[in-house]
Design a binder for this molecule. Sequence first.
Ligand SMILES: N[C@H](CCC[C@H](N)C(=O)O)C(=O)O
Length: 294
Amino acid sequence: MNALANRRFLKMNGLGNEITVLDLRGTKHIVSEAEARAIASRERTRFDQLMVLHDAKAAGTDAYVRIYNTDGSEAGACGNGTRCVAWAMTADPEMGQAGRDGLLLQTKAGLLPVARLSEAVFTVDMGAPRLAWDEIPLAEPFEDTSRFELQIGPIDDPILHTPCAVSMGNPHAVFFVDDPYRFNLEQIGPLLENHPIFPDRANIGLAAVKAPDHIVLRVWERGAGITRACGSGACAALVAAVRRELTARKATVSLPGGDLVIEWRESDGHVLMTGPAALDWEGVLEPGLFAAVA
Ligand SMILES: N[C@H](CCC[C@H](N)C(=O)O)C(=O)O
């Protein structure tokens, strides 16, 4: 029997970004790409991102969290998912440590301090953005990643061009446009996600600056497609807008699923993301899910 059979899961969302949370602390099991895809394949457990809790690695941390996309690929960061994990670890009757209002989580991308503002609102310190071409990463050395050569569509009349590259522990390309909703993101998203300029693929953001403190954003996510919200994408869009001198260092980012408040803190260069987390339902993973998984 697969080690994941009958394990409890929480089906959550962060502004409509569908998140499934699994607590594998106390076990040694590492979810495989095939297992992640199997879990994503069923309506009850489907996700844009799967957040898996493992025993803490670094001293002083509460858990090590691995992040998987719908296609089974691992990601280094997931802002909405991190808020959902924080809810699970502070409010879930079985996983939570009631009364905790601060957590320190670790992911592949680093340490994530989380502050609980209320039962369902959290601020995550997403760390400092990575801005050098080889940190994003990009396939070629660009001195200035705030606008680099990439376009899509007819050479003489590109649909999109000159994005800004930012990593929040995962790669993002942010295109500034007049109206994110007038683009056929289903069509251009995969072309850009898999463009050879992105050796690790990329999350693709279409951002419109409405005011010095307001950005409207749509994201085609690496390994997940169009989602209702993308926390790390909102962080990347704010950082990109500040680099382009289009907004202040703190702004509301309006995604299809709702708003996040993002601040690129001057004092330490860290990016803070504040927003909600919500539980939709819970259940156990049916053993049949893994019948076809080696
Ligand atoms: N929805 C997530 C982003 C996941 C990023 C993932 N698609 C990747 O491969 O980097 C968020 O709220 O930050």
